[in-house]
Structures are given as structure tokens and as C-alpha cells.
Design a protein around this ligand. Structure first.
Ligand code: FAD
Ligand code: NAP
Length: 322
């Protein structure tokens, strides 16, 4: 790890700026622990890619995801959170104080770290989903963010892949623009919550393609022209003509940084000593989607952020650090 400049030291270092990170920041800031946060590539986290959030308590009329995350930021900054817009590029949890490298050249140290790095959208990996330099159509019809890209598909036929809440939400949202939204799901039953299912099933602009799996996204110089589907029961293939392809099959926990240092399950979710936020390294805590393969909600991530902040505060006190 780089030793080019003298390291800056922090009591509490928070990695990630979603609901978990900001809640951990709010609590540690109010406990006078002067937290320092690195936002990562997605300041505000996953909710900045969505439209209306209807299930976060305290917003009876709903709130737009990006607006809610601005409110989270404002509240934590009010109590003294320091924010750095950048990436954590390396961590060394083998010694104390912990060593954390930012943006590949800036070394920081910390008495305690709260990991809130969340999760990132997944793609199937079929031909055609890749960026243009790899022969695919990413950014030219292939997307994983309806809020970001829906606008480009006015009066067009597009598809959404997946059967969970994200897929239903993306599909419903995209009907504002598209003429038809085709939902492609590999089974004949949805994973999404009842209310999201009902909304999508009742939407006249959404068509469901059950037992269907994309095997290729097709296109030409102008972008996506269709998706080749395989029937997961009969094996038959057909092409569905669409000009937009939205992947909504879930997320991968952002834990590559911690491989070999923090214990994780087989798909990369960090393991914590539940119901606490303790990881296998004393002084390193984890909160939110990065440590939650089950619930993955904004309010549960925020709750875990609170738990991590309190665990961290008590742990530091026991070390005599504060
Ligand atoms: P995230 O929000 O994933 O934030 C992770 C943070 O870590 C980001 O800021 C990222 O930049 C940062 N990070 C990652 N790597 C690094 C690094 N190396 N260095 C520094 N920072 C890093 N939940 C609901 O309750 N209601 C909803 O209506 C709802 N709608 C959703 C709609 C969509 C489209 C999606 C994708 C999710 C939705 N969810 C919803 C789920 C909700 O967004 C997540 O549960 C929640 O955001 C998780 O919060 P988090 O803080 O754990 O992580
Ligand atoms: P998810 O619940 O894991 O659903 C992923 C979907 O993609 C599933 O239907 C899955 O199919 C399908 N899928 C996964 N891998 C696939 C593959 N290789 N090929 C084809 N299909 C594949 O993920 P999510 O929908 O992103 O939701 C994540 C969490 O965020 C959930 O807890 C959810 O409740 C929450 N969330 C909430 C809201 C809301 O409340 N408004 C909105 C969005 C997300 P199978 O069903 O066959 O496994």
C-alpha cells in the first residue's frame, strides 16, 4: 500500500454513501466521533437510480430516491460528517490503525471502519450486453437503470429481464415512455412482493414472457434491435423485436476490496455476528446490503447503519480510543 504521503488519521472511517453509510455517519457524528466518509462511484447509493420510494417511513406521500439521499447527506453533514467524493482502492485490516487507500494514491488510517459498500446491478453475461468496444450495446439500448435511460425509449418496444421487485418497478416506470414493456422471466412465478406484482400485472402496457431466458441481445449500427429468447421448458428459441434491453436481475455485493480480509459467504456478502455488525476483524463493522442477502431494503440498510455506529462507538470506548 502506498506510503508516498503522510497518512491522514480518522477515528471512524465509513466506506459507502447509501442509506447504511449515511445513517452510520449521522450516529457517529452525533457521538462526536468525527466520521470521515468516502462516497464511492455512486454518491447516495442505489436509491439514486430509482424514482419514487414509497416504503421509507416518514414520507407519507413518497419521496424521490435521489431527493431522499440528499436529505440523508444534509442531516449527517449538519452534525459534522466530512465527505470525500472518491473511491477506496485498497484496505489493510491486518494491523491497527487500519490502513485505507483512496483513489489509488492517498493513504488514510483509522481506529475503526464501517463498511457500507452495498451492491451493484448484475447482467446475465449473454452476448450483446457488453460495451461497444467488446461488440455489445451497453449504453446503446442495453441498460440497468430505467430512471437514467427510460426517457430514450419513447413509443418504443423494450424489455426488462427479471422477476423481482426491481424488475417490476423498472417495468412499471418504463411504461411512462415505452409503447410496450416486455418482462422476460425464467420461471412462471414472480419473486417480487405482492403489491409490486399486482401493479405490474394490472398494467396494460406490460406483457409477460414466462419461462423465457435471453441468450443474445441483437443489434446493428443504431443499437439494439431484438433479444433472442430460449424457452426454459421446451428449449425453443425465438427473437423478440425490442430496441431497449433493461437488466433487472439483482445485484452483486461490492466486496472485492475485502477478499482475504473479511469473511464472506459464497456469493460475497460479508458475514457479521448477527444481530450485531461485527465482522471477523475487531474494529471493522459492516452494514446494509453488503452484509444482507435477505432483506435489502433502504430502511433495513439504515437500521443496520445505526447498529454499526453504536457497535463502533462502544468498541472504541472499550479500546480507550475515545
Ligand atoms: P447502497 O445504496 O448500495 O450504497 C453503497 C455505497 O457504497 C454507494 O455509495 C457506493 O458508491 C459505495 N461504494 C461501493 N464501493 C465503494 C468503494 N470501493 N469505495 C467507496 N465507496 C464505495 N429499497 C426500498 O426500501 N424501497 C425502494 O423503493 C427501493 N427501490 C429500489 C429501486 C432500485 C432500482 C434498486 C436498485 C434498489 C431499490 N431498493 C429499495 C433497495 C435499496 O436501494 C437498497 O436496499 C439500499 O440502497 C441499500 O443501501 P446501502 O447503504 O447498503 O448500499
Ligand atoms: P431479487 O429479488 O434477487 O430478484 C432477482 C430476479 O432476477 C429474480 O426474479 C431472479 O429469478 C432473476 N434472475 C436472477 N439471476 C438470473 C439469471 N441469471 N437469469 C435470469 N433471471 C435471473 O433482486 P431485486 O429485484 O433487485 O431486489 C433486491 C432487493 O431490493 C429485494 O429485497 C427487494 O425487495 C428490494 N427492492 C425493493 C423495491 C421496493 O420495495 N419498491 C424495489 C426494488 C428492490 P428467480 O426469481 O427465478 O430467482
Amino acid at each position: 500500500m502506498s506510503d508516498k504521503q503522510p497518512a491522514r488519521h480518522h477515528g471512524v472511517f465509513i466506506i459507502g454513501s447509501g442509506p447504511a453509510g449515511y445513517t452510520a455517519a449521522l450516529y457517529t457524528a452525533r457521538a462526536n466521533l468525527k466520521p470521515f466518509m468516502v462516497t464511492g462511484i455512486q454518491p447516495g447509493g442505489q436509491l439514486t437510480t430509482t424514482t419514487e420510494v414509497e416504503n421509507f417511513p416518514g414520507f407519507p406521500d413518497g419521496v424521490m430516491g435521489p431527493e431522499m439521499m440528499q436529505l440523508f447527506e444534509k442531516q449527517a453533514v449538519r452534525f459534522g460528517l466530512e465527505i470525500h467524493f472518491g473511491m477506496v482502492s485498497k484496505v489493510d485490516f491486518s494491523q491497527r490503525p487500519f490502513r485505507i487507500e483512496i483513489d489509488e494514491d492517498e493513504l488514510h488510517t483509522a481506529d475503526a471502519v464501517i463498511v457500507c459498500t452495498g451492491a451493484t446491478a448484475k447482467y446475465l453475461g449473454v452476448p450483446g450486453e457488453q460495451p461497444a468496444d467488446q461488440g455489445g450495446y451497453l449504453g446503446r439500448g442495453v441498460s440497468a437503470c430505467a430512471t437514467c435511460d427510460g426517457f430514450f425509449f419513447r413509443d418504443q418496444e423494450i424489455c426488462v429481464v427479471g422477476g423481482g421487485d426491481t424488475a417490476m418497478e423498472e417495468a412499471n416506470y418504463l411504461t411512462r415512455f415505452a409503447s410496450t414493456v416486455h418482462v422476460i422471466h425464467r420461471r412462471d412465478a414472480l419473486r417480487a412482493s405482492k403489491i409490486m406484482q399486482e401493479r405490474a400485472l394490472a398494467n396494460p402496457k406490460i406483457r409477460f414472457h414466462w419461462n423465457s431466458a435471453p441468450v443474445e441481445v441483437q443489434g446493428d449500427g443504431n443499437g439494439v434491435t431484438g433479444v433472442r429468447l430460449r424457452d426454459t421448458v421446451t428449449g425453443e428459441e425465438r427473437v423478440l423485436p425490442v430496441t431497449g434491453y433493461f437488466s433487472a436481475i439483482g445485484h452483486k455485493p461490492n466486496t472485492d476490496l475485502f477478499v482475504g480480509q473479511l469473511d464472506m459467504n459464497e456469493v460475497g456478502y460479508l458475514l457479521v455476528k448477527s444481530p450485531s455488525s461485527y465482522t471477523n476483524v475487531p474494529g471493522v463493522f459492516a452494514a446494509g446490503d453488503v452484509a444482507d442477502p435477505t432483506y435489502r431494503q433502504a430502511v433495513s440498510a439504515a437500521g443496520m447503519g445505526c447498529v454499526a455506529a453504536i457497535d463502533c462507538e462502544r468498541w472504541l470506548e472499550a479500546q480507550g480510543a475515545h
